[in-house]
Design a protein around this ligand. Structure first.
Ligand SMILES: Cc1cc2nc3c(=O)[nH]c(=O)nc-3n(C[C@H](O)[C@H](O)[C@H](O)COP(=O)(O)OP(=O)(O)OC[C@H]3O[C@@H](n4cnc5c(N)ncnc54)[C@H](O)[C@@H]3O)c2cc1C
Length: 437
């Protein structure tokens, strides 16, 4: 290493100031090591987009007192799951638990990520915004630093937390090109509404929030879901759809979003609002089967870069924060042993395997492939039929119920053969047993 390189050397470099990177960096700084957190955006969060919900458990692991000063929009008091029909009706299941009101909250990423980095800087992290990492420097098979537009920087360990596209993990050959079936495109609009209107429409009290997941409707059986989350004075409406489905059906995501917004369930909630933001981002949804190698000599990969997302439960930021924390802890242990090779960094994977992150990803590893194959049924046909059933159940029109239910059953069996129904039932049972196993 040249003299100049030595001057630019720290203990750990973390690339990407999203939830994974900031958690890794703050963990390393708390262990007394010199750490630089490099971010291409003008500030942390400036490039980041998501639906809106962060889980308090993970946030507390990194910032135990976050509730006192973090930019929280609303704590999620109401979780709703809404089955949209292909017409205008909808069936809703809502869950509210006053005992558990603070287990998740809605936050705006530009505010939350920036606040997280401010805390990290207070604890000794050196933050380098507006710095694009072009490449990793690899010497004798070990990652020893990064190249940026400004200068090259060196470190004993580099933690790669550069998000879903992770060019750096690809450069190391740890990640393959993403298959369209393993990635979902998310699009979102933020619609401004007065605070009181939001509380009235969503039946919330001050500071309470709603997280609503939308199944069926315009997705026409594609592998996709919609969502509505309440901020203080705006509502986020969005959706995520498999890139493969968008490609095959030649659909544009914003057209789908317009259709979703025009469904009466959604349109009533956002009526009169003013569009203030539109954004799009990819979500890695391949789960355990698409996960790359998580470490190599001198480097570890955390968060979306490592494809750590549980799409069934809408968990991404918490996986990012906890995986970042484990990468940080592993780096500290590597310093204790003065060993920065894979022999030492394999501890990172062990920590993930012993935690809910890889345990859950292993539990759900077959869920997405199964649901994708049968998405026309599970995410299209059945939601519509459930709505039809409730339409019959809740309306009177002078017709005897028996006749109406017979017609319903006849239609149900005409559109789905017995073998398809059997196969869907079998898939559902297999998924339930796979999860419980
Ligand atoms: C539409 C949508 C809805 C979602 N909803 C939710 C939700 O409600 N709840 C939830 O928990 N999760 C949700 N997620 C997932 C969640 O956003 C991600 O899992 C999480 O942000 C991953 O964090 P991360 O730190 O790994 O990556 P990111 O948040 O993507 O951060 C990566 C950072 O690296 C920086 N970077 C990238 N390349 C470079 C480079 N070469 N040099 C320097 N910096 C670089 C980026 O600018 C960025 O700041 C959603 C995602 C989407 C797209």
């Amino acid at each position: 290493m040249t003299e100049n390189n030595k001057q630019n050397k720290v203990d750990v470099i973390v690339v990407g100031a999203g939830p994974a990177g900031v958690s890794a960096a703050i963990t390393v700084a708390r262990g007394g090591k010199k750490v630089v957190l490099v971010e291409r955006g003008t500030f942390a969060g400036s490039k980041n987009m998501y639906g809106g919900v962060i889980y308090s458990h993970a946030a507390k692991e990194i910032f135990p007192d976050f509730e006192q000063s973090a930019p929280i929009e609303r704590f999620v008091e109401r979780h709703s799951y809404v089955l949209l029909s292909d017409g205008e009706d909808s069936t809703e299941i809502s869950y509210r638990n006053p005992q558990n009101e603070k287990s998740s909250f809605v936050a705006i990423r530009a505010d939350w990520d920036r606040w997280c980095v401010e805390q990290a800087v207070k604890e000794g992290v050196y933050f380098a915004p507006q710095t694009l990492v072009n490449n990793l420097i690899v010497e004798k098979g070990k990652v020893v630093g990064i190249t940026t537009d400004i200068e090259d920087y060196y470190a004993d360990i580099v933690i790669i937390a550069d998000g879903v596209n992770s060019l750096l993990a690809k450069q190391l050959g740890l990640r393959e090109k993403m298959k369209p079936g393993n990635v979902v495109l998310g699009v979102k609009e933020v619609i401004k509404l007065p605070r009181e209107t939001i509380e009235k429409r969503f039946a919330l009290q001050e500071n309470q929030g709603a997280a609503i997941e939308l199944v069926g409707g315009p997705f026409a059986g594609m592998f996709g879901l919609g969502f509505i989350y309440t901020n203080k004075s705006s509502v986020a409406v969005g959706l995520g759809v498999s890139l493969e489905d968008l490609k095959n059906k030649k659909l544009k995501p914003y057209e789908l979003l317009d259709t979703l917004k025009s469904h009466p369930y959604v349109s009533k909630l956002i009526e009169g609002g003013e569009l203030s933001e539109y954004s799009a981002h990819l979500i890695p949804e391949g789960g355990y089967n698409s996960m790359p190698a998580l470490y190599t000599d001198g480097a570890m990969i955390a968060g979306d870069a490592a494809m750590l997302v549980n799409n069934v439960h809408f968990e991404g930021t918490n996986f990012a924060m906890i995986s970042g924390k484990y990468a940080g802890e592993t780096a500290l242990e590597a310093f204790e042993n003065n060993d920065f090779t894979s022999n030492s960094l394999c501890l990172y994977k062990k920590k993930l395997l012993n935690s809910f992150i890889l345990k859950d990803l292993i539990t759900y590893k077959d869920v997405v492939p199964s649901l994708t194959k049968r998405s026309a049924s599970f995410l299209g046909y059945y939601p519509s039929r459930i709505n039809e059933f409730f339409n019959i159940f809740t309306t009177t029109d002078g017709q005897p119920k028996k006749e109406k239910f017979r017609k319903f059953a006849k239609y149900f069996f005409t559109k789905r053969s017995l073998s398809e129904l059997f196969s869907d039932g079998f898939t559902a049972i297999k998924l339930i047993f796979g999860i419980l196993k």
